[in-house]
Ligand binder design. Structure first.
Ligand SMILES: Cc1cc2nc3c(=O)[nH]c(=O)nc-3n(C[C@H](O)[C@H](O)[C@H](O)COP(=O)(O)OP(=O)(O)OC[C@H]3O[C@@H](n4cnc5c(N)ncnc54)[C@H](O)[C@@H]3O)c2cc1C
Ligand code: SF4
Length: 471
């Protein structure tokens, strides 16, 4: 059989249409294309692709099922390791993970592992296929999870499947973390997030929303008065950074976090049908060049902006966003102002943004990150004519839990420190995801949740054994 050296293309909405709607951009494989793509897999005995998957999916096994047309067996295989496959198939940076190690990728393009995972998950979702789980008659213990992002949800799913009574406490009114408030609808439809979370609830996971740990309960209260055997902290990196330049408090300046939360979580793109407004101007500058910046820029376009600029102090080569996201942004008409750094935001007499003063940069010697350091070019200042500025230069850890938990060690950035299994300095308390690593990826957070779930199981069972032996 002829085997293509490139991945089968996934159909997409055309750029000139999609730049003005919030519908999903990528449309997914049909059955025939999925089988053809699955046939590109060589079924390597050593399966190097598996090394790149933080949750350890048996990749050749699920791909073989797709090739043979047994799509339900494919999803059953995936779900033994991954609680949120429709999400991961869409947002994982596979080029840096499983697909990076794929043998086929040495001579041509790697197998489209992410696209196949997405296909299997969507196939099962469309048919209402659920996992069968047999739970023990008595729970093995009680575990509290703080934060309903990918780290917390992955730990919750694994622990529930082992037989624990799991309660997830989430500060916002909807679970999902960044999946719900950060990543836009056109990359990850919120209905899919809701459905995958519903399935976790069917495993017996209880999700308590509007519960801010550190205020509603402290960790110590959960471990004593509330009777939890262990706690997992997955509170993420939700605190936006700003540049500390003049004018950042003018009207029309957003953190990417606020801008995206209004649009994604609060559905401000449907205002006034939805209760939350958003002011997106006609000329928008987004500062930064990571995935968050691309998401904010593409969202601004969809809200009707005429010009959207990515303002970035280094060059295209150093941009941290995924190549696919940059490509999509360019196709939709986002304009890139590279080697450009903001120095001041200029306001009008009513306190609204009317311009962004920038300075041109050139690349000097490599810095501690190994990337060439951007250096300002003297007297090269100019003003970008914009009415909205969105800061997307990074996020730090949510501090509340650390501040209200005596004995919990943090590093100098405020991230919780753990061993490789997720154990913190405080007995019975585990942590994982962005709150430990700083802003990273969905699948890394899920991998951390999975590891911690195994460590929590060991901890709780040892503790119970110890208690029985001392009776
Ligand atoms: C705009 C954007 C786009 C991204 N795009 C991608 C992508 O395409 N691919 C990818 O792999 N990664 C992407 N990422 C990164 C990825 O989303 C994160 O790495 C991942 O969500 C981290 O998961 P987490 O569970 O650690 O934290 P989060 O997803 O941040 O979840 C933490 C949860 O904890 C809750 N919480 C915080 N404090 C408390 C408290 N005191 N009490 C109760 N609850 C609390 C928060 O409300 C939140 O729901 C993106 C991030 C952003 C912001
Ligand atoms: S490395 Fe590539 S070809 Fe080999 S089993 Fe994994 S996906 Fe298939």
């Amino acid at each position: 059989m002829f085997v293509s050296s490139i991945k089968h293309k996934m159909p997409e909405q055309q750029p000139e249409i999609r730049r003005r709607n919030f519908d999903e951009v990528a449309l997914g494989y049909d059955d025939t294309t999925a089988k053809a793509e699955a046939s590109r897999c060589l079924q390597c005995k050593t399966a190097p692709c598996r090394q790149g998957c933080p949750v350890g999916i048996n990749i050749p096994a699920f791909i073989k099922h797709i090739r043979e047309g047994d799509f339900t067996a494919a999803i059953d295989e995936i779900k033994t390791k991954n609680n949120l496959p429709a999400i991961c198939g869409r947002v994982c940076p596979q080029e840096d993970q499983c697909e990076k190690f794929c043998v086929v990728g040495k001579k041509g393009e790697p197998v489209g592992i992410g696209r196949l995972e997405r296909f299997a998950a969507d196939y099962a979702r469309a048919r209402g296929r659920k996992q069968k789980v047999i739970l023990p008659p008595e729970p093995l213990g009680k575990v509290a999870i703080i934060g309903a992002g990918p780290a917390g949800l992955s730990a919750a799913g694994d622990l529930a499947r082992m037989g624990y009574k799991v309660t997830v406490f989430e500060a916002l009114h909807a679970p999902g973390g960044v999946l719900m408030y950060g990543i836009p609808e056109f990359r990850l439809p919120k209905e899919i997030v809701r459905q995958e979370i519903e399935e976790l609830k069917e495993l017996g996971v209880e999700i308590v929303v509007n519960a801010v740990i550190g205020k509603t309960f402290t960790i110590d209260e959960l471990l004593t008065e509330e009777g939890f055997d262990a706690v997992f902290i997955g509170t993420g990196a939700g605190l936006p950074h700003f540049m500390d330049i003049p004018g950042e408090n003018l009207n029309g300046v957003y953190s990417a976090n606020e801008f995206l939360t209004r649009v994604n979580l609060m559905k401000a793109y449907k205002f006034p049908e939805a209760g939350t407004p958003v002011h997106a101007g006609k000329r928008v500058a987004v500062v930064g060049a990571g995935n968050v910046a691309m998401d904010a820029a593409r969202t601004a376009l969809r809200l009707g902006a005429e010009n959207v600029y990515i303002v970035y102090r280094r060059s295209e080569e150093e941009m941290p966003a995924r190549a696919e996201e940059i490509e999509h942004a360019k196709e939709e008409g986002v304009e890139f102002r590279l080697l450009t750094n903001p120095v001041r935001i200029i306001g009008d007499e009513r306190g609204w943004v009317k311009g962004l003063e920038c300075i041109r940069m050139e690349l000097g010697e490599p810095d501690e990150s190994g990337r060439r350091k951007p250096v300002p070019i003297a007297n090269s200042n100019f003003v970008l004519d914009v009415d909205t500025v969105i800061m997307a230069i990074g996020q730090g850890p949510n501090p509340l839990v650390q501040q209200t938990t005596p004995g919990l060690a943090v590093n100098k950035r405020g991230n919780i420190t753990t061993d490789e299994t997720g154990r913190t300095s405080k007995e019975g308390v585990f942590a994982g995801g962005d709150i430990v690593t700083g802003a990273a990826t969905v699948i890394q957070a899920m991998g951390a949740g999975k590891k911690a779930a195994a460590a929590i199981h060991e901890y709780v069972q040892n503790k119970r054994k110890g208690a029985r032996n001392s009776q």
